[in-house]
Design a protein around this ligand. Structure first.
Ligand code: ATP
Ligand code: MG
Ligand code: FE
Length: 336
C-alpha cells in the first residue's frame, strides 16, 4: 500500500510517501527562518506557514514519487503532541485528503513516529527494543514491544528540560542561532571537553534525565569568564556541554537495555542527529554487545517520512483507522 504522511507539529511542514516499507518521497518546507529572530518557534507564525505550505508540499512529494493522489491507499497525520494551531492544519488537511480520496485516516503519535522512522532504513524493529527519544520537547527512555499496535512503556524521562531544549538554551547564551543543536555540534568539533560540567541524575539508579542544572552551570561558567574580562572559549564550552549531555544519555540507554535484557537500542528525535551522541552511543553499544540503530540525520529532525512510516506500520498491522472527527491534541500521551 501507498501511505501519505503529514507532519505539522512544530515549524516543519513535512510530507512523506512510503510504499510497502520503502520511502519514495520526503518533502519539507520549514518556517524556521521566520522564527529565528524570536529565539524560538512562534505558534501563530508556524500555523500560518503550514497553511501556505501544505498543498504545495503534498504536490512536491507526489511528484517526486511519480504518484497521483488517486494512487494513495491511506493518509497518516501527526495528531499530537505539538503546537495546537500547527497540528490543526495538518489534521484538517489529512482529513480532507482521506475524505476526498475515500481512503482511511491514521492519526499517529509524533514521538512514536520519531522512533518508527528508523524502520525505513533498518527494517522491522526487534521486539522488545529500547528507544532513546531525544528531541526539542522530550527526552525519554522507552521499552518498545510493538510500535504499531501496542503502547510503549516509559522507563524514564526528563524531570525538567528536554535535551534539545538544553542545546537551544546554551546556544543562545553563547550567541549562536536557533535551533542551537547544529551550531553547538559544529563548534564542539573544534573544541575539547575539558570543563567538568555536572551530569544531572547520572548514576542515580533511575532512567530519568535532568538538564536544567547543566544549563545553569554553563551559564554561570560563561558569566564568570565575561565578568573577569576573559575571552570565552566557545568551542571548549560547547564540547564540554555536549559531552555532559551525551554521556548521561548513552549511559542510561545502555543501562536500560541491560536492566531489561534487551539487545537493541534505537535513537530518535532531533538530537539523534548529533554527531557526538551517535559516536559515543556506537562506542558504548559495541562495548556492551548491543545493536545500535539510528536513522540518518535528515530523518531525525521533524519530517513527513516518519509519519508515513508509522502509518504504514499501522496499516500492515491491521490497526483500526481513526474517525474523521479525529482531534488534534497538543498533549497527546504516548501509547494512544
Ligand atoms: P518534539 O519532537 O519533542 O515535539 P520538536 O519536534 O520540536 O520536538 P525535533 O525536530 O525532533 O523537535 O528536534 C529539534 C531539536 O533537535 C532542537 O532542539 C534542535 O536543537 C535539536 N537538534 C537538531 N540537530 C541537532 C544536532 N546536530 N545536535 C544536537 N541537537 C540537535
Ligand atoms: Mg524543527
Ligand atoms: Fe519532533
Amino acid at each position: 500500500p501507498l501511505v501519505l504522511g503529514i507532519e505539522t507539529s512544530c515549524d516543519e511542514t513535512g510530507v512523506g510517501l512510503v510504499r510497502d516499507g520503502v520511502l519514495l518521497a520526503d518533502a519539507l518546507a520549514s518556517s524556521v527562518d521566520e522564527h529565528a529572530r524570536y529565539g524560538g518557534v512562534v505558534p501563530e507564525i508556524a500555523a500560518r506557514a503550514h497553511l501556505e505550505a501544505m498543498v504545495p508540499t503534498v504536490e512536491r512529494a507526489l511528484a517526486a514519487a511519480g504518484a497521483r493522489p488517486a494512487d494513495l491507499d491511506a493518509v497518516a497525520v501527526t495528531a499530537g503532541p505539538g503546537l495546537a494551531g500547527a497540528l490543526l492544519v495538518g489534521v484538517a488537511a489529512a482529513k480532507a485528503y482521506a475524505l476526498a480520496l475515500g481512503v482511511p485516516l491514521y492519526g499517529v503519535h509524533h514521538l512514536a513516529a520519531h522512533v518508527a522512522v528508523d524502520t525505513l532504513e533498518h527494517g522491522p524493529l526487534p521486539s522488545p527494543s529500547i528507544a532513546l527519544l531525544v528531541s526539542g520537547g522530550h527526552s525519554s527512555l522507552l521499552l518498545v514491544e510493538d510500535l504499531a499496535a501496542a503502547p510503549v512503556v516509559s522507563l524514564g524521562a526528563t524531570v525538567d528540560d528536554a535535551a534539545g531544549e538544553a542545546y537551544d538554551k546554551v546556544a543562545r547564551l553563547l550567541g549562536m542561532p536557533f535551533p542551537g543543536g547544529p551550531p553547538i555540534d559544529r563548534a564542539a568539533g573544534e573544541g575539547s571537553p575539558t570543563i567538568p560540567f555536572p551530569r544531572g541524575k547520572a548514576g542515580d539508579g533511575t532512567f530519568d534525565f535532568s538538564f536544567s542544572g547543566l544549563k545553569t552551570a554553563v551559564a554561570r561558567w560563561v558569566e564568570a569568564r565575561r565578568r573577569a574580562g576573559e575571552p570565552v572559549p566557545v568551542a571548549d564550552v560547547a564540547a564540554s556541554f555536549q559531552e555532559a549531555v551525551v554521556d548521561v544519555l548513552t549511559a542510561k540507554a545502555v543501562g536500560a537495555a541491560r536492566a531489561h535484557g534487551v539487545d537493541t537500542i534505537v535513537i530518535g528525535g532531533g538530537v539523534a542527529a548529533n554527531s557526538r551522541l551517535r559516536a559515543l552511543a556506537a562506542e558504548r553499544c559495541s562495548a556492551a554487545g548491543i545493536t545500535l540503530r539510528v536513522p540518518r540525520p535528515g530523518l531525525c529532525t521533524d519530517n513527513g517520512a516518519m509519519v508515513a512510516a508509522l502509518g504504514a506500520l499501522q496499516v500492515a498491522a491491521g490497526v483500526a483507522p481513526s474517525p474523521l472527527d479525529l482531534p488534534a491534541s497538543s498533549t497527546l500521551p504516548l501509547g494512544t
